[in-house]
Design a protein around this ligand. Structure first.
Ligand code: PLP
Length: 233
């Protein structure tokens, strides 16, 4: 077996274990393989090993690689910060945008999605560690942000995403993941049935270092790169 296939089996085992530990069905957890900096041949290797969802953080790179992968049935996730001048491309090539982090961006996605008759599935990015260096809506501002963007007709809001702070001990991040799950549940309670396109259900959180903890705390989408493809150079 290839290293990628080996790594993938191990990640899948850990996902199953974390799900079991927290009494969840592992089928409710999506594995998004993060393919940034990974070349197309190795992405194809991962697809052949069973990956069906992939994530990129840069439009330029995604466009190049997705051109070569156009025949493949895969779900494509935009997980990085999105500049408004790249939105036109993003709504065309991605199935999900995880990183809606401003009103301006939401309006632009709505406008471009409308032009191509698409309802764009999106997540709202939360700056869960309150870090100056990170993008995302603050916890305290999330409720008002949802009320402002939920009426947009060409976005479908499916939940929240976060990039947790870097930590030498992933266990330290558990309270942050827990707070994200509480926020999701609160927002569902507050907004369900109010907007046709409000369909909160997903929590995109957990990366190679911490996805087991994130799953135990309610993640439904883990974004795993280096644990599958090895360290990025
Ligand atoms: C790179 C990246 C990941 C994956 O990181 P790994 O530590 O390699 O698993 C997940 N989410 C985002 C937003 C990323 O940019």
């Amino acid at each position: 077996m290839s290293i990628i296939a080996d790594n993938l089996r191990e990640v899948e085992n850990i996902i199953a274990l974390a799900a079991k530990k927290s009494g969840r069905n592992f089928e409710t957890i999506k594995l998004v393989a993060v393919t940034k900096t990974v070349g197309t041949p190795r992405i194809i290797e991962a697809l052949e090993a069973g990956i069906s969802e992939i994530g990129e953080n840069r439009i330029q790179e995604a466009k190049l690689k997705y051109g070569e992968l156009s025949e493949r049935k895969i779900i494509r996730h935009m997980i990085g910060h999105l500049q408004t001048n790249k939105v036109k491309d993003a709504v065309k090539i991605f199935d999900y945008i995880h990183s809606v982090d401003s009103m301006r961006l939401a309006l632009e996605i709505d406008k471009e999605a409308k032009k191509i008759n698409k309802i764009m599935p999106c997540l709202i990015e939360i700056n869960s560690g309150n870090e100056i260096s990170k993008y995302g809506i603050k916890f305290e501002e999330a409720a008002a942000f949802v009320r402002a963007v939920a009426p947009l007709a060409n976005l479908r809001f499916e939940g929240l995403m976060t990039v947790a702070p870097i930590s030498s001990n992933p266990e330290d991040l558990r309270p942050i993941f827990r707070k994200m799950k509480e926020l999701l549940d609160h927002l569902i309670e507050e907004n369900k049935d109010l907007y046709p396109n409000f369909n909160f259900k997903h929590l995109s959180m957990g990366m190679s270092q911490d996805y087991m903890i994130a799953i135990e705390e309610g993640s439904t989408m883990v974004r795993v790169g280096s644990a599958i493809f090895g360290k990025r150079s």
